[in-house]
Design a binder for this molecule. Sequence first.
Ligand code: HEM
Length: 122
Amino acid sequence: MRKLFIISTVIFWLAVAGFWLADLYMTTIPVTDVSPVVEPAAKGYLLAEVAGHAKQDDCWMAIEGSVYDFTTYLPDHPSAPELILPWCGKEATQAWQTKNKGRAHSSRANQLLEKYRIGTLR
Ligand code: HEM
């Protein structure tokens, strides 16, 4: 009987020590990778920088405070090239909003913009 008491006491304290060590281990694991996901700030361009991209094969525009690189889109634009090309390198908000015909672009055209956005206008 006495032997059984000793054995169960030893088992009890071994279990206590085990839980204590496990707790110690868990609380000392360094917590890594808790930094919040930070969106990179949009790059800001001066209008002077936009002006340096005023060619058919290198065409940036500033529209409503954003800067776009439309170089790869130009061949797909449905109008005659001479309607859109003069706006390369320029602040083209008004031309964009009116198509220079007093008519706004469609929502589909609006959705296209995001694909070509490279930053903001400073
Ligand atoms: C900023 C100068 C621009 C001018 C002057 C201009 C002008 C025009 C004109 C004259 C048309 C054809 C006629 C019409 O649909 O009424 C047109 C259609 C269109 N343009 Fe532009 N555009 C410009 C920029 C852009 C840009 C940057 C995009 C897209 C990224 C774009 C996308 C479209 C699309 C998708 C159409 C087909 C009709 C629509 O969805 O509204 N345009 N644009």
